[in-house]
Design a protein around this ligand. Structure first.
Ligand code: F6P
Length: 328
């Protein structure tokens, strides 16, 4: 039987992403709407272990819908990986009167939540927050849309200098295990070639494509590379490789890095965060647990946390083909 929920704890964990603040705001205000308490847990699971808590009301989350990052701060807690750490965390939650947990983060954060639930039968609901968009059970994770827009904006600027100097730019974007940012931002920014972790297109193909670019009259080129791509070479080694095969190419490397995780969330991410927060709180109030809220066919749906963690997000093959055709 599910217990009566009087107070919900909310935390952000793992890599931050734009829209996390908007999601916290939504959780806090939905709790207030339903007349239950809400406690912000600082620095993710580490703050749970250290009892770093603060009661939050609707006015505590004023003016944050437009802010990147997470005001609750985020951490990757090693201590929470231990049974001792989780025991301390549980004791603190009980002391604070927190009855359920909303975890905003990626699959690592959800794994922590699931283990915690198994050990302490503590209700947990996940909200997917990562720019990588690699969580099963949602078409969009929080921050992904903003990151795409950031990357496209930056590559547009790189294009200006690429075309002024007739250069080839290799642009590395985030995505340790997933190519969603590279593929979508690559198409959006008009990249000649896109390298992603899910498909090994091979170095030969890259050379072929660059050769074709030259012969068809292109004077500058942009290649977008996900950090986890499968060529076996990092972006600087790729530069050397291209230059040794095509000495006529003037190659430059741009590693976009953490700028992709910052900045004001897009309208899409703000709306998504607001919807996910409402559903997360109301799911807990309905006695649900071990689920992730996500966006599927423009509806907010629930997916078992275990599936969200283990499920595989497929790369859209149609996009690979579109990219091929566009770079003719
Ligand atoms: O998980 C999101 C992500 O942006 C990855 O694409 C990237 O490899 C990683 O975070 C970088 O994380 P950190 O902040 O630990 O360097």
């Amino acid at each position: 039987m599910s217990k009566t929920i009087k107070k919900i704890g909310v935390l952000t964990s793992g890599g931050d992403s734009p829209g996390m603040n908007a999601a916290i705001r939504s959780v806090v205000r939905t709790c207030a709407y339903h007349n239950i308490g809400c406690v912000g847990i600082y620095r993710g699971y580490q703050g749970m272990i250290e009892g770093d808590f603060k009661e939050l009301g609707p006015r505590s989350v004023n003016n944050i819908i437009n802010k990147g990052g997470t005001f609750l701060k985020s951490a990757r807690s090693q201590e929470f990986r231990t049974p001792e750490g989780r025991k301390l965390a549980h004791e603190n939650l009980v002391k604070e009167g927190i009855d359920a947990l909303i975890v905003i983060g990626g699959d690592g954060s959800f794994t922590g939540g699931l283990i915690f639930n198994t050990e302490y039968d503590f209700p947990v609901i996940g909200i997917p927050g990562t720019i990588d968009n690699d969580i099963y059970g949602t078409s969009h994770t929080l921050g992904y849309d903003t990151a795409l827009n950031t990357v496209v904006e930056v590559i547009d600027k790189i294009r200006d200098t690429a075309s002024s100097h007739n250069r080839l730019f290799l642009v590395e974007v985030m995505g340790r295990d997933a190519g969603h940012i590279a593929l979508n931002a690559g198409i959006g920014a008009g990249a000649e070639e896109i390298l992603i972790p899910e498909e090994d297109l091979g170095l030969e193909r890259l050379l072929e494509s660059l050769k074709k670019s030259k012969t068809t009259g292109k004077t500058s080129s942009i290649v977008v590379i996900a950090e986890g791509d499968k060529t076996g070479k990092n972006v600087f080694e790729l530069k050397d490789y291209v230059e040794s095969n095509f000495p006529e190419y003037d190659v430059r490397v741009s590693v976009l890095g953490h700028m992709q995780r910052g900045g004001a969330p897009s309208c899409f991410d703000r709306v998504l965060a607001s919807r996910l927060g409402v559903k997360a709180v109301e799911s807990i109030l309905e006695g649900k647990s071990n689920l992730m809220v996500g966006l599927l066919n423009d509806k907010i749906e629930l997916t078992p946390l275990e599936q969200a963690i283990k499920g595989h997000t497929e790369i859209n093959k149609e996009l690979l083909r579109v990219s091929d055709i566009m770079s003719i």
